[in-house]
Structure formats: structure tokens, C-alpha cells
Design a protein around this ligand. Structure first.
Ligand code: FAD
Ligand code: NAD
Length: 459
């Protein structure tokens, strides 16, 4: 990568951490020829998370919702280096980030002029004993694969046991903890799979499968309007998803969860347990918090200002976007990360212009008139960078049986839709949000395949 531009000004190093919604949106919107850009991520693909809950049961194939980082880099305007590694440490004073890939023995320090932290978040367990050991999360491709094979293995194992064996009942008890959108969408997909596909292949055994959704609060989907929540809960009841509300899980072992339901202790045996109770900061974000304590004192995420700059870094060289941040109570959603990525591309474009002006000023110190003009331009350019302003378009969720809910905000107006037509709107919206034409095509084909020949019932 070039050290300087043709005019002799230094080309600045921009290091982008992560290949998720925030970082990839930034990459797609930035003129990457303005910087020496390096992307660092342990995941060499972008994952279209909104359709991840559809993958363990095969409604959508995993390959259809990923886009290789290298293909995104190749389409950028200027050269972009990609490193398959993760950021493990940071030296804020000397502007260096340590990246490593243990498998390939790579460990090095990357110098940066601007650093973008878009490392996302990990699943939280709230420290509940047994969750890490026994539950599956639903965050990454590997999680979806593991859930699928657990479901299939349990079905096959249960089929070998006699009808009155209690182990058979346990193996066929699929429990999802967390009634946020991840838990709800996955429970809905799972019940669809049972009703629409397993009913045909294993009619008797499929009747014994029990899908349970456990939620600590009195309702599921608490970010949606109450009317939509009621609609979703009624649909779950109609389709025999066992909803356990006001049920807080306290302990998990290898065959059951223990919970408090309305003050009473209960046990729910499970064969497959999926845990979806929200987000916690990743180790690298925690490292930054430690390095910038006491300013970074929020355990939910990195604190940033209205220009998405990390609090505690005075020169504004570090930005943070997406799920790794906690900013004005915004939900950790793809929508927020996407808008932040778009905004940051504009900011970095302005920063390039500012850096160029500063270089010119340094070259024109003896020319009083030119110096004054350039300084004026610099002040107005710096002032022209507006604050980030999130525009909420609304929320969508799939709730099963070809139905979805939509809680939309267009300007000051609110629209609340639910049902089969909303499902088509949901499908259209997600196709529109895809990062590539290839993903759009593959997802549409997967949906068509499910309509005509059903889901694949093998591992
Ligand atoms: P991510 O997309 O999680 O990306 C983080 C990236 O950082 C990854 O590439 C990761 O590999 C990388 N990384 C991790 N550690 C390091 C490190 N140390 N160094 C470098 N790189 C690192 N939101 C919606 O708005 N609508 C939806 O329908 C929706 N559905 C969802 C369904 C599921 C199942 C899940 C789990 C989430 C869903 N979300 C949805 C939330 C949405 O996915 C997140 O808000 C979004 O992914 C956040 O983007 P991000 O860029 O901050 O993080
Ligand atoms: P969430 O934080 O939205 O919901 C987690 C749920 O788990 C909460 O309702 C909480 O009360 C419950 N819970 C926590 N501890 C519990 C316990 N011990 N026992 C029982 N229940 C417990 O988490 P999520 O669904 O993983 O979503 C994470 C983020 O991703 C959210 O911001 C969400 O909006 C976003 N997301 C959006 C969509 C969508 O828009 N369709 C889909 C998936 C995720």
C-alpha cells in the first residue's frame, strides 16, 4: 500500500475491525482509495443475520446468507487488505492494534491513524450456571450447524426408543430460552419444520415433538407494539408452541433447566436447548474499556459521542460502531450498525479532505493570504461534519406459519401490520437488505424450494 499520495501528502492508515453489518456497510460506502485500508476479522465472510434463525431447519441454506469479505474488498474503489485474524490488544497512546490468528501463528501490531471498532457482541448468559456447557447459541454459522445436528441426532435417537420411555420424551423436547426476536423467530421456524416437513416424513414421532419458548418477562417481543405481541402470542398458542412467560431460568444441567415461574421453582427437561437472551461485550471491547477506565464505565458496551468517536480518546482517532457500543439506548440491531457504517463513510471522506487541507496549510505557512484562506476552509469543513442521527424505520419479525409482524415508522406515522401479507413484506424487505445480488438470488431460490419440495430432512 502506498505511503503517500501524488502531491506528497501522507496516505493515512485506516484499520477496520470486524466484517459484520457496521464494518461491511462502511467498506461498501467508503472511497477506499483515500486511505490504506486494512480489514481485520476472524470471520472471512459477512453474515446476513436476519435469516440466521431460518438456517438450522433448512428454510434457507447457510451458503445463501454469507458473502466473502474478499469479494466485498475486491469491489471497493481502492485496494483493501484483508487479514484473517482478531484484534487482541490495543496501544492507544502509540496508535497500534495487536492482531493475532493462533492457527496460523500470526501475531502482529498494526499501526493506525484511524481505527474503526466494529467487533459486534457475543451472546450473554448472565452468568447462569451450565449455559455455556449445555446450550447452543444462535449467533454464528457454526451455531446453526450445531443446532441442526443436535435436532437430527435427537430425532434419530428417539426413534430407537420405545414409546413409553421418558428419555424419548426428553430427547424430543426442544427448548428456546429468551423471547426476544432471535428466540421467537427460531421457535417459529422450528415449529414450521415440525408441522410442514417432519409431519410428512415421520408422522407419528413428529406429534411427540414439543417446542417450548421460555421468557422471563410477562410478554415476548417487548420492543414491538402490544397489539402485535398479542397477535404473535395467540399464533404461538394456536400452533402449539408452548409459551412459558414470567419464567426466569436460574440453572441448566445436561438434561433440564431449572427456573422460577411466578415465584415457584419448576424444571423443564430438554433434548436441545437454544439460548437467546441478548448480548454481552466481546473480550476485545472489554480490553478497550479497561484501557480507557474510568471513562468507559458502561458494562453494556463502548461509549461513543455523537460523531461515533470513542469516549476517552481525545484526538478522535478511534470510532466504534454497531453492537459493541452502547449509545443513547439504541437497540443492538443491524439497522443501527448499517446506518452508523454509512455515516462513518461520510465522516472518513470529510476527514480525508480535512487532512489534505492540513497538509496544504503546512506547505503554505509563508504565504500569509493563502494560509488564512486555507485555515478558514478548514474551520468550515470541520464544522460541516454533522452528528449521527439514527432514523428508525421499524422492526420486523417472523412468527411462524407464513406470518410476520411489522412495527413500522415512516416519518411521524406508525404502521402496525401482522399476518400473511406482512410475511411477503418481510421477505421483500430482507431481499432488499441483502449485501449482494448472489445472496438475493440464492435466498429467493431457497424459499421457492421450500414451497415446492419442502426442507431437507437429513443432517
Ligand atoms: P456483527 O455483525 O456481529 O459483526 C461483528 C464482526 O466482528 C464479525 O465479523 C466478527 O467476526 C468480528 N470480530 C469479532 N471479534 C473480533 C475481534 N476481536 N477483532 C476483529 N474482528 C472481530 N438486527 C436487525 O436489525 N434485524 C434483524 O432481523 C436481525 N436479526 C438477527 C438475527 C439473529 C439470529 C441475530 C444473532 C442478530 C440479529 N440482528 C438483527 C442483530 C444484528 O445481527 C446485529 O445488530 C448486527 O449484526 C450488528 O452488527 P455489527 O457489525 O456490530 O456486528
Ligand atoms: P433480546 O435482548 O432482544 O431478548 C432477550 C430476551 O431474553 C428478553 O426478552 C429477556 O427478558 C429474556 N431473558 C433474559 N434472561 C432470561 C432468563 N434467564 N430466562 C428467561 N428469559 C430471559 O435478545 P435477542 O433476541 O438475542 O436479540 C438481540 C438483539 O438483536 C436485539 O437488539 C434484537 O432487536 C436484535 N434482533 C432483531 C431481530 C429482528 O429485528 N427481527 C431478530 C433478532 C435479533
Amino acid at each position: 500500500q502506498a505511503a503517500t499520495f501524488k502531491n506528497g501528502s501522507p496516505k493515512k492508515n485506516l484499520v477496520i475491525l470486524g466484517s459484520g453489518w457496521g464494518s461491511v456497510t462502511l467498506l461498501k460506502n467508503l472511497d477506499t482509495s483515500l486511505y490504506n485500508v486494512t480489514v481485520v476479522s476472524p470471520r472471512n465472510y459477512f453474515l446476513f443475520t436476519p435469516l440466521l434463525p431460518s438456517t438450522p431447519v433448512g428454510t434457507v441454506e447457510l451458503k445463501s446468507i454469507i458473502e466473502p469479505v474478499r469479494s466485498i474488498c475486491r469491489r471497493a474503489k481502492g485496494e483493501v487488505l484483508y487479514l484473517d485474524a482478531e484484534a487482541t490488544d490495543i496501544d492507544i497512546k502509540n496508535k497500534k492494534v495487536t492482531v493475532s490468528n493462533e492457527k496460523e501463528g500470526l501475531l502482529k501490531d498494526l499501526p493506525y491513524d484511524y481505527l474503526v471498532v466494529g467487533v459486534g457482541a457475543q451472546s450473554t448468559t448472565f452468568g447462569i450456571p451450565g449455559v455455556f456447557e449445555h446450550a447452543s447459541f444462535l449467533k454464528e454459522i457454526t451455531d446453526a450447524q450445531s443446532i441442526r445436528s443436535k435436532i437430527m441426532n435427537n430425532i434419530e435417537k428417539a426413534a430407537t426408543l420405545s414409546l413409553n420411555d421418558p428419555e424419548r420424551k426428553r430427547l424430543l423436547s426442544f427448548v428456546v430460552v429468551g423471547g426476544g426476536p432471535t428466540g421467537v423467530e427460531f421457535a417459529a421456524e422450528l415449529q414450521d419444520y415440525v408441522d410442514q416437513d417432519l409431519r410428512k416424513w415421520i408422522p407419528e414421532l413428529s406429534k411427540e415433538i414439543n417446542v417450548t419458548l421460555v421468557e422471563a418477562l410477562p410478554n415476548i417481543l417487548n420492543m414491538f407494539d402490544k397489539s402485535l405481541v398479542g397477535y404473535a402470542q395467540d399464533l404461538f398458542a394456536k400452533h402449539k408452541i408452548n409459551l412459558k412467560l414470567k419464567t426466569m431460568v436460574k440453572n441448566v444441567d445436561d438434561s433440564k433447566i431449572e427456573a422460577k415461574c411466578d415465584g415457584e421453582s419448576i424444571e423443564i427437561p430438554y433434548g436441545v436447548l437454544v439460548w437467546a437472551t441478548g448480548n454481552a461485550p466481546r473480550p476485545f471491547a472489554k480490553k478497550i474499556m479497561q484501557a480507557l477506565a474510568p471513562v468507559q464505565n458502561n458494562r453494556r458496551g463502548l461509549l461513543i459521542n455523537d460523531k461515533l468517536q470513542l469516549l476517552g480518546v481525545d484526538d478522535g482517532s478511534i470510532f466504534a460502531i454497531g453492537d459493541c457500543t452502547f449509545h443513547k439506548g439504541l437497540f443492538p440491531t443491524a439497522q443501527v450498525a448499517h446506518e452508523e457504517g454509512e455515516y462513518l463513510a461520510d465522516v472518513l471522506q470529510s476527514n480525508y479532505a480535512i487532512d489534505q487541507l492540513k497538509f496544504k496549510i503546512s506547505q503554505n505557512r509563508d504565504n500569509v493570504e493563502e494560509f488564512a484562506n486555507l485555515s478558514k476552509s478548514l474551520i468550515s469543513l470541520e464544522a460541516s461534519i454533522k452528528n449521527f442521527n439514527y432514523i428508525h424505520a421499524g422492526a420486523l419479525a417472523y412468527i411462524g406459519n407464513d406470518k410476520a409482524i411489522a412495527d413500522l415508522a415512516i416519518g411521524q406515522s406508525k404502521y402496525r401490520w401482522a399476518g400473511a401479507w406482512t410475511f411477503w413484506f418481510w421477505k421483500g424487505s430482507y431481499l432488499a437488505m441483502c449485501m449482494s445480488f448472489k445472496n438475493r438470488m440464492l435466498i429467493a431460490l431457497d424459499w421457492m424450494k421450500v414451497q415446492f419440495i419442502g426442507r431437507d430432512s437429513s443432517v
